[in-house]
Design a protein around this ligand. Structure first.
Ligand code: FAD
Ligand code: NAP
Ligand code: SF4
Length: 674
């Protein structure tokens, strides 16, 4: 193994006494959906094997329940019987071909169980679940502790190096710890000593069942970020008891799922919460793992160097790039496919019951299905458009051995990602362009910028032509549509035309929201962690339980109306796990979000709309049109008519509901076939 001296902390082995971890990188738990799919364990084994080959120190699997009632969903996975063991062996054997460890995460959902048989310390429904849990009896609590012990023993039999006991994010163990959800009056409730009895007994029972040569990671909720969450003193007391009970490592948990504070979205500053692990580290002796929004090796090194943890946990960055660690070891950091924390293909999929993947890496969780083999018949290929679709196609096709010429009329690659990266809180999108620039270059793609190709140019000399020309923004046609105060979103994001103090945004899709954020936020809080924490009511002094306080909102830099014609809630179509963040951000900026609008006219006074049967003048200086997009595919038919083998991908193919996830996957899939 090459050791890159730039990373003395990150790449240093960790000696646990009975075993050694090859570096300080833990791949955090992620449910992929393969756990419940038919033949999913073969695919899951390939998924984990790729990450082990990529050099990660310890992998933690997606959450597996220790019993039936603890399942997240009715068909959720469980490790309770000897017949569950065999399929897990496929995973552990695949991972152990390399020098990586793998731990099974034991997760009892408690009141977050999405089924009518869920249980909890007290009968209190979670605000994010339609089901009311039953309160556990003393017998059921003791039985559940035994189930954790039994599952750990089975995990060991299946070849796992250890388990992670999920004690955070508001799941069952967390529900016992906090008075918010634990109203019991017996020995499992009341005083903190009683409330923490459940996790402490679990760790003791697991240690006894699995023996000394077994890793026990306890995921401790260090910041609950909800009312009536733990105080800092309670977190310290619990950490000490967990350590005494026999845990090997303590991992960091941030925020319950029901917390109204973003914890992993792209607008969360990098490493926004590592300070709490650093604070707790001073109180404990076993190694601590820090986490959340760490996606870059230099940043991870900095976090460890400043003492915020002994290891770092990264989860989504390993969907984006299985070779994160080896690339770091070999000094090829610029080749890392950076996770942009969009959640679009990972968490959003899981919450919709779909298989997880990754927007920037469509091979994630499709390792056995989306394959790229060296070509036997080298072709000369023209790709028109260097947006996400064109960049993805070109890099995969050139890596297969084709001669690829990539043309863009602009002077830079990246397509619309060049606009996305300017939105406050979307700075990470720059890294996708940086990654593809490196990859296209290494794959030997011939890049021709500032070149517009005609049909005649493309009709001869190429074996295949790929149109990845993207979209054009849709115009509006109401009276006054050509008034000087009407802008398209490109006038704002590309041409940076001056925008007045009062603005109406027509169209409340992803771009309407982004433009509204761009216009109301004078500075990106994502780059200023202290102000970001104040905005979302996080209390770094930890004076209140749950570390929350009254939010201090930054004033809006403009007055914005965000409008749509539909009667549905504005923003209803945004990402499943991130839409609420965008809606809250604009609400805090006092943006007026109006549904059910009919646009009547733009004139010198502003924009006239009809809403609830009444005409209303919005006195605005500018009207910015974000009314969706049309495909830009004018050359397609002519090329096809000339008998050219032409393919169309990304927005040029279908503009409606287009996102970069589809554009990149479509580019990759076409490249795998050509
Ligand atoms: P484009 O990105 O449009 O690329 C097309 C390229 O073709 C351009 O570079 C263009 O210059 C070039 N081109 C066009 N015609 C020619 C020609 N004749 N000759 C040469 N070159 C040509 N998506 C998400 O998934 N998540 C987000 O969070 C997100 N945020 C966004 C925020 C903003 C502000 C914007 C504007 C878009 C956002 N998108 C987001 C959408 C995403 O960027 C697009 O879905 C994606 O870029 C489409 O990729 P594409 O390659 O099909 O087209
Ligand atoms: P979009 O999501 O389709 O939204 C277009 C908006 O314009 C809708 O609100 C629509 O609402 C309105 N509209 C449509 N036709 C109109 C017309 N003729 N006149 C007036 N209004 C009209 O498209 P987008 O906002 O341009 O985004 C493009 C794609 O980029 C999206 O599909 C999205 O996936 C992606 N994106 C994603 C994110 C993200 O955070 N995930 C962010 C930005 C962009 P009404 O019909 O109700 O008026
Ligand atoms: Fe990261 Fe987005 Fe990929 Fe999820 S889909 S792993 S958040 S880049």
């Amino acid at each position: 193994m090459t050791v890159n001296s730039k990373y003395p902390n990150l790449l240093k082995p960790l000696d646990l006494g009975f075993t050694t971890i090859r570096n300080r990188v833990l791949m955090g738990s992620m449910h992929t959906g393969l756990e419940e799919e038919k033949n999913g364990f073969d695919k899951l084994a390939a998924f984990y094997e790729e990450r082990a080959k990529g050099g990660v120190g310890i992998i933690v699997t997606g959450g597996i329940s220790p019993n039936l009632r603890g399942r997240l969903a009715p068909h959720g996975s469980q490790m309770s019987h000897f017949w569950h063991v065999n399929k897990h062996k496929k995973i552990t054997e695949a991972v152990h071909k390399y020098d990586s460890k793998i731990c099974l995460q034991l997760l009892h959902a408690g009141r977050y169980g999405y089924h009518p048989f869920s249980v909890a310390p007290s009968k209190i429904k979670a605000p994010i679940s339609p089901f009311s849990p039953s309160a556990m009896s003393d017998r059921s609590i003791r039985g559940t502790i035994n189930d954790y012990a039994k599952s750990s023993k089975l995990a060991k039999k299946a070849g796992y190096d250890g388990v992670e006991i999920m004690g955070s994010e508001g799941y069952l163990i967390n529900q016992f710890i906090c008075s918010r959800t634990n109203k019991r009056e017996d020995q499992w409730g009341g005083s903190f000593e009683n409330r923490m009895r459940f996790p402490v007994e679990i760790v003791k029972a697991v240690r006894e069942a699995a023996g000394e040569d077994f890793i026990i990671i306890y995921r401790l909720s260090m910041l609950d970020l909800v009312e009536d969450g733990s105080t800092y003193e309670e977190v310290v007391a619990l950490g000490k008891e967990i350590e005494k009970a026999g845990a090997t490592l303590i991992n960091t948990g941030i925020g319950w799922h029901e917390a109204r504070v973003p914890t992993i979205a792209t607008s969360v500053p990098r490493g926004a919460f590592t300070w709490v692990t650093g604070k707790l580290k001073k109180e404990l002796t076993i190694p601590l793992i820090t986490t959340n929004r760490i996606n870059d090796p230099e940043f991870a090194e900095e976090v460890l160097a400043r003492g915020d943890g002994d290891m770092v946990s990264m989860a989504r960055p390993f969907l984006a790039d299985p070779y994160f660690v080896t690339k770091t070891e070999e000094g090829k950091e610029e080749s890392i496919n950076t996770c942009i924390a969009c959640n679009q293909a990972c968490l959003d999929h899981v919450f919709q019951g779909k298989r997880a993947s990754c927007l920037v890496n469509p091979q994630a969780c499709y390792e056995t299905e989306l394959k790229f083999y060296p070509t036997q018949a080298k072709k000369k290929i023209a790709v028109v458009g260097a947006g996400p679709a064109g960049m993805a196609f070109s890099s995969y096709a050139a890596e297969k051995g084709h001669e690829v010429h990539l043309f863009d009329k602009n002077q830079e690659i990246g397509g619309q990602f060049n606009y996305a990266k300017q939105i406050p809180g979307k700075e990470e999108f720059y890294h996708t362009i940086r990654y593809f620039a490196d990859r296209l270059n290494k794959a030997g793609v011939h890049i021709h910028l500032g070149e517009v190709k005609t049909v005649d140019d493309l009709a001869s000399g190429y074996d295949e032509v790929i149109l990845a020309t993207g979209i054009q923004p849709r115009d509006i046609t109401i009276p006054g549509h050509d008034h000087e105060k009407v802008y398209g979103y490109l006038d704002v994001l590309r041409d940076h035309k001056p925008v007045g103090e009062r603005v109406a945004v027509i169209g409340a899709g992803g771009i309407g929201f982004d433009v509204s954020e761009y216009l109301t936020e004078s500075e990106s809080l994502t780059l200023q962690p202290e102000k970001w924490m104040a905005e979302w009511g996080i209390d770094p002094s930890y004076e209140n339980p749950g570390a929350i306080k009254r939010p201090e909102h930054q004033p809006a830099s403009r007055q914005v109306y965000l409008l749509q014609r539909k009667q549905t809630k504005v923003g209803a179509g945004l990402g499943k796990t991130t839409g609420w963040i965008h809606r809250s951000t604009l609400k805090n900026k006092r943006v007026e979000m109006l549904a059910g609008c009919t646009y009547k006219e733009v004139n010198d006074q502003g924009l006239i709309i009809e809403i609830d049967g009444q005409e209303k003048l919005l006195e605005v200086d500018h009207v910015i049109v974000c009314a969706g997009q049309e495909p830009l595919r004018d050359m397609y038919q002519e090329l096809a008519d000339k008998g050219v083998s032409v393919h169309i991908i990304g927005g040029a193919d279908v503009a409606s509901e287009l996102d970069a996830k589809r554009a990149i996957r479509q580019g990759a899939e076409l490249a795998s076939e050509i």
